[in-house]
Design a protein around this ligand. Structure first.
Ligand code: CA2
Length: 147
C-alpha cells in the first residue's frame, strides 16, 4: 500500500503544550490519529514525522521524491513551520525532487505578522491550505488524491 508522508518542521513538536489560541490544542500525535483514517480511506498508509532541522527536511523531501518515482509514496503534506518564510533550501528540494507537496499551516499566516506572509514553498507546492487548524492536514491528504 503506498504511503503519504506528513512532514513537520521546527517547533511543531510543541503543539498542544502552548499557544492553543494560535495553533489549537491538539498534539501532533492527535493530528496523526485524525489523519490515519483519512489516508486509509484512500488506500494509503500514513508516515508522520517532525524535525527541528532544516537539512533533515531536505533529506526527507529527497527520499519522498525517490519513493514517488518507485511508486511507494503518493506525495507529501508539508508544514515547514518557520522555514516556510526563510528556506530556499526547502524550496529547491521540492523543486529538485519533483515531489507533489501540499503546504499546510495550522494558523492563517496572512492574518499574522507580515514576515509570515511570504512563503518560499508556495510557488513549488501543488496547493496550499492555511488557517483551518488540524482539519487542514486532513484536507491536504485528500488533495493529494485529486488529479
Ligand atoms: O501555522 C502554522 O502551521 C505555522 O507553520 C507554524 C509555525 C510558524 O512559524 C509559521 O509561521 C506558521 C510555528 C510552529 C510553532 O508551533 C508551536 C506550537 C506550540 C507552541 C509554540 C510553538
Amino acid at each position: 500500500m503506498p504511503a503519504v508522508l506528513v512532514l513537520n518542521g521546527p517547533n511543531l513538536n510543541l503543539l498542544g503544550t502552548r499557544e492553543p489560541e494560535v495553533y489549537g490544542s491538539q498534539t501532533l500525535a492527535d493530528i496523526q490519529a485524525r489523519c490515519e483514517p483519512v489516508a486509509a480511506a484512500l488506500g494509503w498508509t500514513l508516515e508522520m514525522r517532525q524535525t527541528n532541522h532544516e537539512g533533515v527536511l531536505v533529506d526527507w523531501l529527497h527520499e519522498a521524491g525517490a519513493r514517488v518515482r518507485a511508486g511507494s509514496v503518493v506525495g507529501v503534506v508539508l508544514n515547514p513551520g518557520a522555514y516556510t518564510h526563510t528556506s530556499v533550501a526547502i524550496r529547491d528540494a521540492i523543486d529538485g525532487a519533483q515531489v507533489p507537496v501540499i503546504e499546510v499551516h495550522l494558523s492563517n499566516v496572512h492574518a499574522r505578522e507580515s514576515f509570515r506572509h511570504h512563503s518560499y514553498v508556495s510557488p513549488v507546492a501543488r496547493g496550499v491550505i492555511v488557517g483551518l487548524g488540524a482539519r487542514g492536514y486532513e484536507l491536504a491528504i485528500q488533495a493529494l488524491a485529486l488529479d
